[in-house]
Every structure is written in structure tokens, then in C-alpha cells.
Design a protein around this ligand. Structure first.
Ligand SMILES: [Zn+2]
Length: 145
């Protein structure tokens, strides 16, 4: 009985593969790539979703075969989401203390629910943008054999 084939053996180490000049391997501009990523659609073709669920990434784009699942986003999306959200949160906290507003428990609860919702949306957008950046840079996950 032989070992199952490793699907990474045939895959190129960088994306797009070197020496390919076909238009379909070209990536759009940085702004377009990041904008498409934040909208959670394929940064390369904009015709298919990046995610299969909340944060699970499709292994390859169903439209253009871009290797979305091989992009090592790792911890970058939570850092980016926290960096952006916590700056807005700090601004709100400063306003609360500056004007002496004392929210009730229900208002704190509503703000907490809104904060969780905003964080969940921001995390998804940050992960899409990170995958777009990695795809544009051609950085694939390193495969250790
Ligand atoms: Zn695509």
C-alpha cells in the first residue's frame, strides 16, 4: 500500500509560478487586491468568495484556482483587527470619561454586544485583506517534508 499523494508536491513554491506570463496569473493592483480581500471575495478574480464559512478559507478559488488556502495568514488578522478596533474603542472610552457619561448596565451590555459584532466583522475583513496581500506578494505556506 502506497502513501497517499501529497497535494503540495506539484504545487509551485511561490504564487504566481515563475515564468508564467499568462494574464490569468497576474494580480490586480495593491488597492484592488486589498479592497477585494476586505470584501471577502477572491483578491485575484473577484468572482468567488474567499471563505467557506466564517473564517475557513477555500483551498483554491473556485473561479481562477488561486491557492487561497495556502496563504499563511496565521496571527496577522487578529492583530490587525484589534489594532483598528481598539483605537476606536479607546476614543469612545475617552469621550465617556471626558463628558462624564455614566452608562447603565443595559447600555454597557448593548455596547459589549456591538463591540463583539464589530470585532467579528473586522476579523473576517482583516483575514481577507491579509490573504490578498499574501497572494499579491506570492508567499505560500512552507511545506515541510
Ligand atoms: Zn479567484
Amino acid at each position: 500500500m502506497s502513501a497517499p499523494p501529497n497535494r503540495f508536491i506539484e504545487a509551485p513554491d511561490i504564487w504566481p509560478p515563475p515564468g508564467t506570463s499568462a494574464p490569468e496569473t497576474n494580480m490586480p493592483s495593491w488597492g484592488t487586491t486589498i479592497w477585494r480581500g476586505t470584501r471577502c471575495i477572491c483578491p485575484r478574480c473577484a468572482k468567488a468568495p474567499i471563505f467557506n464559512g466564517y473564517l475557513k478559507v477555500h483551498p483554491v478559488c473556485s473561479s481562477c484556482d488561486a491557492p487561497l488556502g495556502d496563504m499563511p495568514a496565521d496571527d496577522a488578522p487578529p492583530y490587525i483587527a484589534m489594532f483598528v478596533i481598539l483605537h476606536f474603542l479607546a476614543f469612545i472610552v475617552v469621550l465617556i470619561f471626558r463628558y462624564g457619561w455614566q452608562p447603565s448596565a443595559y447600555e454597557y451590555g448593548a455596547m459589549l454586544v456591538a463591540l463583539v459584532g464589530v470585532c467579528m466583522v473586522a476579523l473576517r475583513m482583516a483575514k481577507g485583506a491579509t490573504i490578498g496581500i499574501l497572494l499579491k506578494l506570492g508567499l505560500k505556506r512552507e511545506v515541510l517534508n
